[in-house]
Design a protein around this ligand. Structure first.
Ligand code: PLP
Ligand code: MN
Length: 368
């Protein structure tokens, strides 16, 4: 099938660009002496997770237990669930993953005694052992236990609780992934986590409580984490990139971010052209998320996208620019890959004008 034959709106990925992104991140992280544990919240597709593993990934991350269930069902046996879970229903599901896949390790992030005791109780009843990673406050003020006695107590509690074991620490500074200036982003990323490594060296190590694993970093911050004590990087968006990541400055601040290239696009159609300056697209916020700003029209920087509600996108054409035609197709660059992808059931792989592959987005909507 050619792209022209594909109905819209459709989510497409440039296969060659995606493959280059995948290889580049694995090489860069390996070159820093770190492991890459790709965050699959970006794509939610087991086959792409398998590709990341075959390139050298240490295992994968999922944001949610539901995504982990999808990945485990597809045979992926080393999963880190990076968001705490907090109800017996969830604890039972986590334990059920271990029971369904005895050869698997499904490490769960926690930040409170409540989680540890709840998971431990279910694990003991089921006769399994659940690995835990403690999320530590890393500047974002989202989840995360504070450095100090509360962290030491939590580690000791895990060590004393049957059914669970202590793997280490998660330190993820999500608020710094999109700091515009490259050097500032790297400096702020290091500064946010330095106290954690001080604490490990000066408090945890002497007590025999040092983490085996320290996991963190994303597409915007992974470069900052050389020589600190991180063991693995959890980047996710690099596989696709998006307009928000592209808008960051390059390393020398002379251009837009050129570390990875935009692979994910939405194939759309112009459905109306009420005035010469205004056209309307069949893609509103249900298929092009706007939580990180507006999407871009590939190859037409003169056109500005404005949200037209759930199902419409309004395109503003600069005066004197080439107009569009009703029925014309446009490739849009999503502003945020994660939230855009979650609206689709199928991802089409393209090479030039050819649609050569498609995947079911099996983890789509699995925020449970
Ligand atoms: N780790 C955690 C805990 C995250 O929440 C995210 C993304 O939100 C990532 C890693 C991946 O970051 P990115 O998609 O910016 O590479
Ligand atoms: Mn994101």
């Amino acid at each position: 099938m050619t792209l022209d034959e594909l109905d819209t709106p459709a989510l497409v990925v440039d296969l060659d660009v995606m493959e280059a992104n995948l290889q580049a991140m694995q090489q860069r992280v390996s070159a820093r002496g770190l492991k890459l544990r790709p965050h699959t919240k970006a794509h939610k597709i087991p086959a792409l997770a398998q590709r990341q593993l075959s390139l050298g990934g240490e295992g994968i991350c999922t944001a949610k237990l539901g995504e982990a269930e999808v990945m485990a069902d597809a045979g992926i046996m080393d999963i880190l669930i990076t968001t705490p879970i907090a109800h017996p229903i969830k604890y039972q599901r986590l334990v059920a993953l271990y029971l369904a896949h005895p050869e698997g390790v499904f490490c769960q992030v926690v930040d409170h005694a409540e989680h540890v005791l709840g998971i431990g109780k279910c694990a003991v009843a089921a006769g399994v052992n659940v690995e835990l990673l403690i999320e530590v406050e890393s500047g974002q003020q989202r989840c995360g236990v504070a450095l100090g006695k509360s962290l030491v107590d939590l580690i000791k509690l895990i060590e004393a609780t049957e059914g669970v074991s202590y793997r280490g620490i998660q330190a993820y500074s999500g608020h710094l992934q999109h700091v515009q200036d490259f050097a500032q982003r790297q400096a702020q990323a290091r500064a946010a986590v330095l106290p954690i490594f001080d604490f490990i060296d000066n408090q945890l190590l002497p007590q025999g409580l040092a983490p085996r694993v320290v996991s963190g970093g994303g597409t915007g911050t992974y470069q900052a984490y050389t020589g600190l004590g991180f063991t693995e990087i959890q980047a996710g968006s690099y596989i696709f990139m998006d307009a928000a990541y592209r808008a960051l400055a390059s390393r020398d601040n002379s251009r837009q971010n050129d570390e990875f290239s935009n692979a994910l696009k939405v194939w759309t159609t112009v459905i109306s052209h009420p005035t010469p300056e205004r056209a309307v697209l069949d893609a509103g916020m249900k298929c092009l998320s706007i939580d990180m700003g507006m999407p871009l029209v590939e190859g037409r920087e003169d056109i500005r996208y404005q949200s037209g509600g759930d199902e419409h996108g309004i395109l503003h054409l600069a005066e004197g620019e080439v107009s569009l035609t009703i029925g014309q197709r446009l490739l849009m660059l999503p502003s945020h890959c994660d939230t855009t992808l979650n609206s689709y059931q199928t991802l089409y792989g393209i090479r030039g004008d050819e649609v050569v592959q498609s995947w079911d987005i099996a983890g789509r909507g699995r925020s449970d």
